[in-house]
Write a new protein. Structure first.
Ligand code: GTP
Ligand code: MG
Lengths: 296, 205
């Protein structure tokens, strides 16, 4: 693509790319597979907040969170997985990643597929209680909400163009404000940069039938569910299902923001994130080195 | 408009430390009250779904720290506020005297489109206590001079007038929202003024 989105050539994005290096961490026997990692904020913290991107996204889609929260003393990490074809494989891979990075317990932020995987991981490690808290953004608890489960077994062989079309179908560009337009432009660029294998494997995980078992997640100390009240890919019943699942969750609604509020409404999202993390400040589970807990 | 969009209203509670902001929010949302005082740090929020004018509305209620004033909260905090609840303690003259400053700061920080008609309510809290320092008359007078802000005397402890106060702010916020929608489409002829609750006389209990 020769046209670059507004976000991609913003000062903010450039300052992110020049201050936070992209690292690749290989935790699988197949050494061509690596996690892509941006790591920001104090290294002394070993209970960080880890961001998991949506289907269409790469690790840098959270640059606004990493910049702002990193500067406020939070250790914030964005982690994009290599090609994994099943939830189980993903969970094992993620566990090896945090083991490798030296984290026993983590906070996780996940959007769409990232949010689903965050919940599946919390379930996967329920006996060792490794997930301190979950911040779920525009996400779901059951892949059957997507109509593709029948054909998911064929995704691996579909051409990129077809897969990209499947994802883009959900990007609503009519009747939205300029921030949302910018966020979509940026995400389309990210989507374009993904390989056929990346995309096919993510969509497979997204659509093969699987659901979260909320009972196994009762150990998670805090859950915030964020969603937008304007148009987005998820219908109201899907959102209500997730509220039902987490009766004690904090509901962080945004009036608007589209599918990617962490880009289009980043300062509001960052405020909600701080309120979420503040619960743990001053304890051994804190994601920040702040001694006082003000929201400055 | 075939499908009515779900409505989210952002309501911010302000007032001096210790006047009962957190207690009022907890009474309204969780129907709970605690005598123990734990100062709020920064800000926090709770949500509640309510029926207003036959419509399901989600209230996002923001509780703030009386100690901190505004310095520590960013602009994101005030963005898109639909209503503001100003609280004082009826047993503390100082907390009443601060109302002006809280109101001014709110208007400066949130710079709403419509400063004149922005939905406020004033709550004189802790009326269950004996040692009253601010008279009803005095509080009402202040409210009148500020464009007739509705005034309620509340007790978070005994759940007096708490529901009514929140309902009133929700109603005026919805009314303002409607007005803004009409103003965005100047071609529209019919202004449904009848639905608009009369701000000035909403309640003087
Ligand atoms: N008797 C009585 N006590 C109340 C009432 N409302 C609050 N209190 C008490 O007043 C104290 C302060 O209440 P809070 O709700 O924590 O005050 P706040 O305005 O949130 O204070 P900050 O968080 O510091 O800004 C607590 O001990 C409450 O129990 C009330 O209606 N009646
Ligand atoms: Mg408080």
């Amino acid at each position: 693509m020769n046209c670059v989105s507004d976000y991609a050539h913003s000062n903010e994005y450039n300052s992110f790319r020049s201050s936070v290096p992209l690292k690749t961490i290989i935790v699988d026997p197949d050494s061509s597979k690596g996690w892509k990692i941006y790591d920001s904020g104090p290294r002394s913290i070993s209970t960080p907040l880890i961001f998991l991107p949506p289907v269409s996204g790469t690790a840098d889609v959270y640059f606004k969170q990493l910049l702002s929260l990193g500067a406020k003393g939070y250790r914030v990490i964005s982690a994009e997985h290599p090609v994994y074809w099943s939830v189980r494989e993903w969970c094992e891979g993620f566990r090896r990643l945090i083991d490798y990075m030296g984290f026993y317990k983590v906070h996780i932020f996940g959007a769409s597929l990232g949010g689903f995987l965050a919940q599946k991981f919390a379930e996967h490690v329920s006996s060792s209680r490794r997930v301190i808290s979950l911040f779920l953004c525009n996400t779901f608890i059951d892949t059957s909400v997507f109509s593709y489960s029948e054909s998911a077994s064929l995704f691996w062989m579909l051409p990129s163009v077809v897969l990209k079309k499947m994802v883009m179908r959900n990007f609503n560009t009519s009747d939205v404000d300029s921030h949302i337009v910018d966020s979509i432009d940026f995400m389309v660029e990210k989507l374009d940069s993904l390989s056929q294998q990346d995309l096919a494997s993510r969509l497979t995980i997204n659509c093969v039938h699987s659901r979260v078992n909320p009972e196994k997640l009762s150990y998670v100390r805090m859950v915030t569910i964020m969603d937008v009240f304007d148009e987005c890919a998820l219908s109201t019943p899907v959102r209500e299902k997730i509220y039902d699942c987490y009766k004690n969750a904090k509901l962080a609604h945004l009036k608007s923001g589209g599918n990617f509020p962490y880009l289009s409404r980043s300062d509001e999202v960052n405020l909600f994130l701080q309120i979420h993390l503040r619960t743990f400040e001053g304890t051994y589970l804190s994601a920040s080195d702040n001694k006082d807990c003000s929201l400055s | 408009m075939a499908s009515r969009r779900k409505l989210l209203l952002k309501i911010i509670i302000l007032g001096d430390s210790g006047v009962g902001k957190t207690a009022l929010m907890n009474q309204y949302v969780n129907k709970k009250f605690s005598n123990q005082y734990k100062a709020t740090i920064g800000a926090d929020f709770l949500t509640k779904e309510v029926m207003v004018d036959n419509r399901i509305v989600t209230l996002q209620i923001w509780d703030t720290a009386g100690q901190e004033r505004f310095q520590s909260l960013g602009v994101a905090f005030y963005r898109g506020a639909d209503g503001c609840i100003l609280v004082f303690d009826t047993t503390s003259m100082n907390s009443f005297a601060s109302l002006d400053a809280w109101r001014d700061e709110f208007l400066i920080q949130s710079s709403p489109k419509n400063t004149e008609n922005f939905p406020f309510v004033v709550l004189g809290n802790k009326i269950d206590l004996e040692n009253r320092a601010v008279s009803t008359k005095r509080a009402q007078k202040w409210c009148q001079t500020k464009n007739n802000i509705p005034y309620f005397e509340t007790s978070a402890k005994e759940a007096v007038n708490v529901e009514q106060a929140f309902e009133t702010i929700a109603k005026s916020a919805i009314a303002l929202e409607k007005e803004e929608i009409y103003n965005d489409f100047p071609g529209d002829i019919i202004l449904d003024r009848d639905n608009k609750p009369n701000n000035g006389a909403a309640c003087n209990c």
